[in-house]
Design a protein. Structure first.
Lengths: 415, 435
């Protein structure tokens, strides 16, 4: 039976590879007609959208890679490039990012902005890295606004420090864009930066900064950090400004209602594309189901691996931030002792010390994703804890990058 | 409601008027205070209109006819349209101008300037779909109550962001799906909700199809028309009069960058009625299947309670569908503008009693909005309702465009298990615009 399954799997893989080759060939053949033929464009888009269907990752990657390569063809007009970038906005992954990134330096403004929009939508973490790097490099205010908008829409937590810094930019449009991005990103770093900035920014931008600050509170409510949200709302509960007072009071009611009911009363629009390393978002994407049972001895082995890797990453400067289930607080982890005791700072500024035994499997998953790097062993850890928390879809992605460790992960869930 | 002479807010006016009504043995009518057949300036709702095209002009005319409205500003990216609108408003208040009490209607090319005016209480938004969310959110942040044309948004995420902004700042928001304010649609939904056709099994909705990625040849931009602002958050493209024409059945409504096509344009009416009849105003379908020529002859929605809804001009055993057709175990109700028919016929003669489910009775879509601006209650087509109805339309479009079935979680508002389809829940916007 096992042999039969293996044969079927091999056959499917071969079929998938064949389909991917056929489709790449058709995309290339359509390319010369994209400039003026609407039917060619429609066919091109249909192929791309079909390739990105669930369960056809090999085809999606192939279509994305073919489209990305065509971007840099010397005979691609700006209009065709914008069209191709639109396809990558819809189906692109990490494989497309280097090609799209090159067009961020394009002189043609419409191509450049279409490249930015594609990176905004591509969920791979590499897209966020490119946008952050470009933000660090540019001093063009309009381009900064555009990049901040993209990073905010991605809810890119790693962009928070750069956005926070731009809250003191001399251009009010950049400040407003930085505030808006931080409001979408949320979390303690964003809230802290906005709190500090709201009294310092020019009067005309203050409402935008406070609006973003209140959005941070809304995010706290949506994510279950009621104390942090309430602290923000209370700042404005007695404001002389009617609108702010209304917003604060609405927020307080929402937070208290959510706390009592145990589920968020506020819905927060999520980013259209979800960075693959964001544990908070993989949670919501995962269908709820019974979690797999894991042998305690097996778990101990993986916990030891996680402690070792996390400890090294923390010593190297990593500072993963995530909510600790038992504390119902979002913390930034600062250290991990040899015995597994975790040191962290809470969103309210207080210090947290927690023995390893109090970490739940979800906490460990956050930790594994928070210290994720390119090492296959790191991906294996991510895959293990994602499987352990029932998120097979995301786990599968990391499993593919887990190298030799992949078998160990599969072995752990063999039952 | 800060009139040109009396500096008192509408809220203060309402509060003081209420107190006076309690204290005094009689009520002085607003028209008596104003000395004309409408409330005094301090009792009127100061309104601005953003977008004065086909729908905008109609809405402007209607609001001008309400004595409790003082139209104080108009805004459009087309100089000709905004000048004509301003002249129309000035002409309407011509008598007041002669008496020296009217200072003229303001004119804006940029909605942000209108939104920032502290002397405007409410706005009417009738711009192309790709602008609805950004303008409405900006207005909500400035404390405006909002009447916004349907469909509520260009994307599902925009719709939710609009709900959040409206709730955060405690605004009144009426979605322009005005069929909810028409008696025959309400009665049809009451028949369905009260089980007069038995258990609902299917709904057929007859509206146009999705928009597509249309392109047009470049033309010179007309003088006085701000094309870049008209495009706003949509991807840049060269000007073409057809691309931005507001003609019903053509123009921008056919273009995917600007609209969801007939699915969202008429869908925001008829799918909205379907949602109302099904009692799904805070929920939605769980599966959407595009036509595949086999199992699904037409776009098919499935609700968790087993009801199946078809986007189709024909129903098996019924023929052409006139608007919306609800089919239950004991009968059918078909409803459209100025039309209601039931099978058996006597269902239509039944009364809805006081102990039955009585749906919201609106005095008219615009009048209902104005009443709610004063009462601070939620109007008949509140932003959440607009959000849920347009979500149904958008999900249908996504299934059409991707040519595959999607599963929808109406609680989390997420597409399940299809990352590429999830990308269609929103669209990146052209800089510098952001949601």
């Amino acid at each position: 039976m096992a042999r039969l399954f293996r044969s079927v799997a091999v056959a499917l893989a071969v079929a998938g590879a064949f389909a991917a080759r056929v489709q790449a060939s058709e995309l290339e053949s359509l390319f010369p007609r994209l400039a003026g033929d609407n039917s060619a464009r429609q066919r091109f888009e249909d192929i791309c959208l079909n390739a990105a269907r669930p369960g056809a990752e090999q085809e999606r990657q192939a279509a994305s890679a073919s489209t990305a390569a065509l971007l840099l063809a010397p005979n691609a007009t700006p209009d065709v490039r914008v069209f191709l970038l639109r396809q990558l906005q819809q189906i692109g992954g990490a494989e497309a990012v280097p090609y799209v990134a090159r067009l961020l330096n394009e002189k043609e403004p419409e191509v450049r902005d279409a490249a930015r929009r594609a990176l905004e939508a591509i969920p791979a973490k590499e897209a966020g890295e490119v946008l952050r790097a470009m933000l660090a490099k540019t001093d063009d205010p309009a381009w900064r606004v555009a990049l901040l908008n993209a990073l905010g829409a991605r809810r890119d937590e790693q962009a928070a420090p750069a956005a926070a810094k731009l809250l003191s930019d001399k251009d009010p449009k950049v400040v407003a864009a930085a505030a808006a991005a931080l409001g979408k990103i949320g979390g303690p770093e964003a809230a802290k930066a906005l709190s500090a900035a709201k009294s310092k920014v020019p009067q005309e931008i203050r409402p935008a900064v406070i609006d973003a600050y209140l959005q941070c509170a809304d995010l706290y409510v949506a994510e279950g950090y009621y104390d942090e949200a309430i602290a923000i709302y209370k700042e404005y509960a007695q404001s002389e400004n009617n609108l702010l007072r209304i917003a604060a009071l609405q927020g307080l009611v929402a937070a208290e209602t959510a706390r009592k009911s145990g589920k968020p009363a506020k819905r927060v629009a999520k980013a259209p594309a979800k960075p693959t390393t964001s544990a908070a978002e993989t949670d919501s994407a995962a269908p709820k189901k019974a979690l797999p049972e894991i042998d305690s001895a097996v778990l101990e082995v993986w916990d030891a691996k996680l402690r070792k890797r996390a400890s090294a990453a923390l010593k190297g400067g990593a500072r993963p931030a995530f909510p600790i289930e038992s504390l119902r607080k979002r913390v930034t982890v600062t250290g991990l002792a040899d015995d597994g005791t975790l040191s962290a700072s809470a969103a309210d500024g207080g210090a947290v010390t927690l023995p390893w035994s109090r970490l739940t499997i979800t906490d460990k998953r956050y930790l594994a994703l928070g210290v994720l790097d390119d090492d296959p062993r790191s991906h294996a850890l991510a895959a293990f804890y994602l499987f352990a928390t029932g998120n097979d879809y995301e786990a599968g992605k990391h499993l593919k990058m887990a190298g030799d460790e992949a078998d160990a992960v599969k072995e752990a869930f063999k039952k | 409601m800060k009139g040109p002479k009396v500096r008192i807010s509408r809220r203060e006016f309402v509060a003081k008027a209420s107190a006076a009504a309690v204290a005094a043995p009689w009520v002085i009518s607003a028209s008596a205070i104003g000395g004309e057949a409408r409330p005094a300036p301090s009792g009127r709702i100061a309104m601005g209109c953003i977008g004065i095209g086909n729908m905008g002009s109609g809405n402007l005319q209607s609001f001008l006819g309400h004595g409790d409205v003082q139209m104080v500003a108009v805004c459009d990216v087309d100089r000709g349209k905004r000048e004509r609108a301003r002249q129309r408003v000035d002409g309407h208040y011509g008598g007041a101008r002669a008496s020296g009490t009217y200072k003229g209607c303001l004119e804006f090319a940029d909605f942000r300037e209108l939104a920032a005016r502290e002397d405007i209480d409410a706005v009417m938004i009738a711009v192309p779909d790709h602008w609805h969310a950004l303008i409405a959110i900006e207005c909500a942040k400035h404390g405006k109550d909002i009447y916004c044309e349907k469909p509520l948004s260009l994307t599902i995420r925009e719709a939710r962001a609009m709900v959040n902004a409206v709730r955060r700042y405690g605004r009144v928001f009426q979605t322009g799906s005005q069929q909810r304010s028409e008696g025959n649609f309400r009665f049809a939904c009451e028949l369905v909700r009260n089980g007069r056709i038995g258990k609902v099994q299917t709904v057929h909705v007859n509206v146009g199809g999705p928009s597509s990625d249309l392109r047009f040849p470049e033309q010179p931009v007309p003088d006085g028309f701000d094309w870049d602002m008209w495009l706003g958050p949509a991807p840049w493209r060269p000007y073409n009069s057809e691309a931005c024409s507001g003609d019903y059945g053509g123009g921008w409504r056919r273009v995917r960058d600007f609209s969801g096509g007939g699915m969202t344009d008429w869908g925001a009416h008829h799918f909205d009625i379907a949602q109302w009849g099904l009692g799904m105003d805070e929920s939605g379908p769980v599966e959407v299947h595009p036509p595949d020529g086999r199992e699904y002859k037409s776009l098919t929605y499935k609700y968790a309670n087993g009801v199946v809804m078809y986007h189709s001009g024909n129903a098996e055993g019924h023929g052409n569908v006139n608007g919306v057709l609800f089919t239950g175990t004991d009968g059918k109700v078909e409803v459209n503008r100025g039309y209601l028919r039931t099978w058996p016929e006597d269902i239509a003669k039944q009364q809805i009693g006081p102990n039955d489910i009585n749906l919201y009775r609106s005095p008219g879509h615009h009048a209902d909005f104005l009443q709610c601006v004063k009462s601070r209650k939620r109007p008949i087509c509140d932003v959440e309702i607009g959000c849920r109805s347009v979500t149904v339309c958008h999900l249908g479009n996504i299934a059409y465009w991707l040519k595959r079935s999607i599963k929808w979680d109406p609680v989390k508002e997420e597409i399940i298990g299809d990352e590429a389809a999830s990308r269609w829940l929103d669209r990146p916007r052209r800089a510098p615009w952001r949601l």
